[in-house]
Design a protein around this ligand. Structure first.
Ligand code: PAF
Length: 280
């Protein structure tokens, strides 16, 4: 496994690499969710590349960029064990050199939910992913359904800009009690960790209503919200949304033939948890 710090060297090695080439973009602090992506990328491709880069431009000014977990040595061990061939682990100035001034502005898919709660977040995500696609030129790139809106934004950008990358989405990996794996779970106190699966329970409540025949999005939302509001350690609920799984547009009635996602973001203690389920 080669660990590379510069875009120039990564691009050269990727150009010379055997195809197909699969890329797993990450911000490090790898967990089993990431490893499900690398496992799939390894199985699907002749070359498996990954990136470890805590992207400053997708964090708001009051968010956790400074304290985001950084575990380079452990991450590299995990990637080596997964059979990665190439790992890009650049310093920030390599991705954003002085004078960097070109941005991807995603459209409607980025407006609601995370986009509304975290202004500028998806502009940062889309820009860094476009850059990674430009450096690595992968045939496929792998993302987790846990960040369902991120996947929709990246898919749309990839199609709209003809980036020629197959975007592969892998199912959310969960703890035994349903909590979706996330690098930020490490911030939870033991008490908050016990309460945190409430987000998935809330989404499952909406899903059960849907399975029982409820098609009204507002009632599905209300079912999830009631579960979240019943947990004293939930400090606030940013949103519970019922949206089209591809466009992220709000849905009033869940009709057949359409992929619908129920998504939620809630704060448990100081930690903002996000999760989603796809109906059907
Ligand atoms: O999902 C993440 O870890 C990040 O948003 C990504 C896609 C690596 C871009 O920084």
């Amino acid at each position: 496994m080669k660990v590379i710090e510069t875009c120039f060297e990564m691009a050269a090695l990727c150009r010379a690499a055997e195809r197909p080439l699969g890329l797993v973009p990450t911000m490090g602090a790898l967990h089993d969710g990431h490893l499900s992506l690398t496992r799939r990328a390894r199985a699907d491709n002749a070359t498996m590349a990954a990136s470890l880069f805590v992207n400053p431009t997708q964090f708001g000014p009051h968010e956790d960029f400074g304290s985001y977990p950084r575990r380079l040595v452990r991450d590299l061990e995990l990637l080596a064990a997964q059979g990665a061939d190439l790992v890009l682990a650049p310093p920030p100035e390599e991705i954003y050199p002085a004078g960097f001034d070109t941005w991807i502005e995603p459209g409607a898919a980025a407006e609601g939910m995370e986009g509304a709660a975290r202004p500028g977040h998806f502009r940062g995500v889309a820009t860094v992913v476009a850059k990674l696609f430009g450096i690595v030129r992968p045939d496929r790139a792998y993302f987790g359904q846990k960040d369902g809106q991120q996947v929709a934004v990246i898919r749309k950008m990839t199609a709209d800009l003809n980036l020629g990358v197959e975007v592969v989405t892998m199912p959310t990996v969960r703890e035994a009690d349903g909590l979706a794996l996330s690098s930020r779970n490490a911030y939870l106190t033991p008490e908050e960790r016990m309460a945190a699966p409430v987000v998935y329970r809330a989404l499952r409540a909406a899903e059960s209503q849907w399975q029982a025949g409820e098609r009204d999005a507002e009632r599905l939302r209300a079912a999830a919200l009631a579960v979240l509001q019943g947990e004293p350690l939930v400090e606030s609920v940013d949103y519970v949304s019922v949206v089209d799984g591809d466009t992220m547009a709000a849905v009033d009635t869940v009709t057949g033939g359409r992929r619908v996602m129920v998504a939620a973001a809630a704060r448990v203690g100081a930690v903002r948890l996000i999760d989603n389920v796809v109906l059907g």
